[in-house]
Write a protein that binds this ligand. Sequence first.
Ligand code: NOJ
Length: 564
Amino acid sequence: METKRTRWYKDAVFYQIYPRSFCDSNGDGIGDIQGIISKLDYLQDLGINAVWLSPIYASPNDDNGYDISDYRQIMPEFGTLDDFKEMVAEMKKRDIKLVMDLVVNHTSDEHFWFQESKKSLDNPYRDYYIWKKGKGKKGKKAPNNWTSRFTGSAWEYDETTDEFYLHLYSKKQPDLNWENPKVRQEVIDICEYWFNLGVDGFRCDVISCISKNQDFPDGKFNFVLRGDEHFTLGPRIHEFLNELFEKSWGLHDSMIVAEAIGCGHKDAPDLIGESRRELDTMITFELMEVDMLMNFLPVKFNLKKFKKVQRAWQELPADCWPTLYYENHDQPRSVSRYGNGGIYKKQLAQMLAVSYMMLRGTPYVYQGQEIGMSNIKLKDEEYQDIASIKVFEMVKKYFRPIMPIARKVLAKRARDNARTPMQWTSGPNAGFTTGTPWMKINPNFADRNVADQQKNPNSELNFYKKLIAFRKGNEVIRDGSFVEYFPNSKKIYCFERALEHKKYLVICNFKEESINVNVDLLGFKGAKLVMSNYAKQDEILGDAIRLGVYEAVIYEMDNTVEEQ
Ligand code: NOJ
C-alpha cells in the first residue's frame, strides 16, 4: 500500500550539515557523526526541523564524499553504521527529519562497479559506465569536446581496454550509464536501503545531468564549459525520474529535492509539478548566477536582477514548491557576497535572513550562516577543494601571468569559503576539534562564534531563532500570495505576503546607507511592526519609513474578525 505523502517539507526549515567541517568528536581534526549527535540540541534550539546531510558514505574523498565508493557504508572518518543509527534515533526524538545526499550521476573510480567495469569489454559491469572509443587515427583523442566541471576534458583514456570513460567532474568520478536498467535498479535499491534505516528523503546531486544525448555530439563552443546542452535535462530525464518516483521515492512520506544544475524556473513545472511524480522541489542556480559570469567569474551584485529571479520562483504555478537558499558548501558566504559587512555585519546577516525566509518555499540555513560566518583569506597552498586546486593547476600550466587574477577570483568564489570549520567557541580551534583541523579555521572565530552569540539576545543567531520561530506554523508565510513592490529599486527588497485577512509587508534595505521609503500606497497604514533587526518596538506604520543600514522590517496587518 502506498504511503500518503504529507509534504511535510512545506513546514520545514532545513539546516545543511557539511559533516567534515561541522563538529569533531574524536580529535582527528575531521567532523564526524558523533559530533553531529552532540549538536542536535543546538539544532533543536535553533528551531530547525530537518537536516540535509552532505555525503557520509565510504569515499576516497577526491571531492569530499561526492565520490562514493560504497553506497551502503559510512566513511570511517565519520564513524560507523551504528553511529548513523544512533543519529537517526536522536533526530527522531527531536522531530528532526533527515534528508541524505544521493550522489548517483557518478560514483568514485574506486567503487567496485567501476573497478570491474574497467577490466574488460565484456565485464558484466562494463555498461554501468559510459565508455567510448577515442577519435583520431590512433583513437587517442577524446570522443567529443565535452569538458569536466573541474576543468579539462570530460573524458579519461584507460589503457586496459583502449577506451575513454566519461566524467563530468573529476576523473575519479566516472559517470554512471543511466541507459542501463541495472544501474537504475541499483539506485532504487540504494534509496530503499536508506529509507529502511529511517531517512526521510534525498537531495539528488547533479540529477539534472543523468540522461545524456546518446549520439554524444560535440558541444557548442564555450570557453569554460562545453557539452552542457547534451546532458542537462537530457532526452530521458523525465522518464528516469518518474521511474525512481514510482518504484521508490513516491512510496514513502519523503522529500526529494534535486540539485538542478543548469535548470531555470521555466523547467520547474515539468520537474517539480506535483502531478508529474518526479521531484518535490529543486535547488536552482539561477539566483547564484546573478553575480557570476560564465558560471564562475564574479561580477557586481545587482539587486534588481536578484529580485527578478526570486520573483520568477515565487510566481511558479501553485503545485510547484520552491527551495530558498543563499548558501551551501559550493557557494561563498552570503555576507561576503551580497553586502559589505564592515561595522554592520550583524545587520547584514540578519537582513539577508529576512529577505529569503519570508518567501514561499522551504528555506535552508547552511551551517555557520546563522552566526554570519564569512569568506576566508587563504594562501595558495591552503586551498583544499579539488575545484580550486584544479583552477590553480590550469592557470599555472597555461596562463601563468594571470595568477594574480585567478587568486582574486578564487578568494571570492572558491567553495573553500563555505567549508571552513564551524565556529562554536572562542577557544582553541573554535571548539571544532581538539586536534589539528583538516582545514584552516577562519581567524574571525574569536569574535564570531556560537557560544558568544548564544549569550547576546541581539546576535545573528538569536535573530535567526526568532525568525524561524515566527515562520513555524505561519500559514501566511507558507501559503500566502506574493506581491512585490518597487521591483526596479536597486536598494530595497519589498514584498507582501497575504492570506485571507492577514498580511505582511517585508522591507529589506540592501544598502550600506539609510533610506526613506514611501509606503503610503501599499495599503499597510496602521500595520504593526512584528520583527526588526534594529532596536525598534511597537511601531505603527504611517506613510513613510526610514530604514537604517541593512535594516529589515516586517509589518503585520491583521483584519481577522474575532468570532463571538
Ligand atoms: C554538486 C555538489 O554539491 C558538489 O559539491 C560536487 O562537487 C558535485 N555535485 C559533484 O558531485
